[in-house]
Design a binder for this molecule. Structure first.
Ligand SMILES: Nc1nc2c(ncn2[C@@H]2O[C@H](COP(=O)(O)OP(=O)(O)OP(=O)(O)O)[C@@H](O)[C@H]2O)c(=O)[nH]1
Ligand SMILES: [Mg+2]
Ligand SMILES: [Zn+2]
Length: 372
């Protein structure tokens, strides 16, 4: 194994040059979060994994959580060879980055995986199938800079017709994405997934919980053992929900990042990405008679005209309008926060002027009202 097998390239090497002079080693993070990590390094005795701890310097230089090293990142390590531990002294710039909005009310960006070549979204033609959700996943991938692949897994559970119909619907949604029908149980489509796994390539698996991400990965990792997929309803055995993100190296080359299921797809998405994903509708909307056309009852609406002509499907328009609404909500929250901050600073100023008025023995009306 060489560094290049782990995804190292000229750009990383260039950025790393000053670190090299300090005697630091390049390493790729395979697990961990925020403080303590596992990193792969290529030492004199080949590939090893070391425990890596974030240095105070890198911690303090990170202004947001998204700045902190994440799984898939390349870092500069000060290695203590005898103890097999290391300090993370720098994080190299990400060449791609899959991120989303953190779960909850915050708008903070959360990094799912860094430096990935391909993102594989796993779904099925059954209960998980949801074009709206797929659209959101594609939006997230488009932002990441990685290639999008969608898998309709559990093909063994559904008819060919059903699998193919689902695959066609997804392919229509995102023409840039490759769509394949797979089964972790029967190994259908495994060879195709392997084609994305040349040495130095990293693919990240995402999707709802229970769609078979880990089952597929286990197969790819070379588990030739028996299929133990069936779940015992009583013990729940056979089902291992992934709880932590992890990067795994294949013996044949290529790397895979397994992720916990995404329950609440909160996309770290902005208006720009939305417009990009719906370039067709954006173009139509620009032809509407009124700039603020809501594509409802307004006259001269080019979007509704396309609907009537059948060149635009109602589902796609609905997805566009929903996502637009979501972004407005996001902007609304941002605005509210700004207003809160402004009010706070006003109150502070008022407190200062209060001191001043009390000192002078005078009270203006605004101050009296504010006291109630
Ligand atoms: N019939 C069938 N069952 C599958 C297939 N792939 C996975 N399963 C089963 O589906 C269940 C969930 O699979 P996992 O691989 O744990 O799902 P996951 O996507 O990793 O789920 P999280 O880790 O919770 O996000 C397990 O019981 C698997 O055996 C498939 O292709 N066919
Ligand atoms: Mg899993
Ligand atoms: Zn319109």
């Amino acid at each position: 194994m060489t560094l290049h097998d782990l995804g190292w390239n000229e750009t990383f090497a260039k950025e790393f040059a000053p670190c090299q002079q300090k005697g630091w080693q390049p390493g790729r993070l395979v697990r961990g979060n925020r403080i303590s990590y596992g990193a792969l390094v290529v030492g004199p005795d080949g590939l090893t994994e070391v425990e890596a701890t974030l240095s105070g310097k890198v911690f303090h230089a990170s202004t947001t959580n998204a700045d902190l090293p994440a799984v898939g990142d390349w870092v500069a390590l000060e290695v203590d060879a005898t103890a097999r531990t290391a300090a993370i002294q720098a994080r190299l710039a990400r060449q791609s980055c899959l991120s989303r909005r953190a779960v909850g009310d915050s708008e903070e960006e959360q990094v799912i995986a860094a430096n990935i070549s391909t993102v594989v979204v796993v779904t099925d033609a059954g209960a998980d199938f949801n074009l709206r959700r797929m659209e959101r996943f594609f939006g997230l991938i488009a932002r990441s800079g990685a290639k999008a692949v969608a898998l309709l897994n559990k093909a063994d559970l559904f008819s060919d017709t059903k699998n193919q119909r689902a695959a066609r619907a997804i392919a229509k949604l995102q023409t840039a994405a490759d769509v394949h029908v797979t089964s972790a149980k029967t190994r259908k489509g495994l060879a195709i997934i392997k084609s994305y796994l040349a040495p130095g390539q990293t693919i990240a698996f995402i999707g709802s919980s229970g769609v078979g991400k880990s089952a597929l990965i286990n197969r790819l990792l070379g588990d030739d053992g028996q299929w133990t997929g069936s779940v015992n309803e009583v013990t729940g055995k056979g089902r291992h929900t992934t709880t932590a993100r992890e990067l795994m190296l294949l013996p044949t080359g290529g790397m895979i990042i397994d992720n916990p299921g995404i329950k609440e797809v909160q996309l770290w998405i902005d208006e720009h990405t939305l417009r990009e994903n719906f370039a067709d509708i954006t173009k139509l909307a620009a032809q509407c008679e009124f700039d603020d056309c809501r594509h409802g009852t307004d006259t001269g609406c080019a979007v509704r005209a396309a609907l009537a002509k059948g060149t635009l499907t109602p589902e796609r328009l609905k997805a566009y309008l929903d996502m637009d609404g979501e972004i407005k909500k996001l902007q609304g929250r941002r605005l509210i926060r700004k207003q809160i901050l402004e009010r706070r600073s006003k109150l502070k100023q008022r407190d200062k002027s209060k001191e001043w008025v009390q000192f002078g023995g005078e009270r203006d009306d605004e101050y009296k009202n504010a006291g109630r």
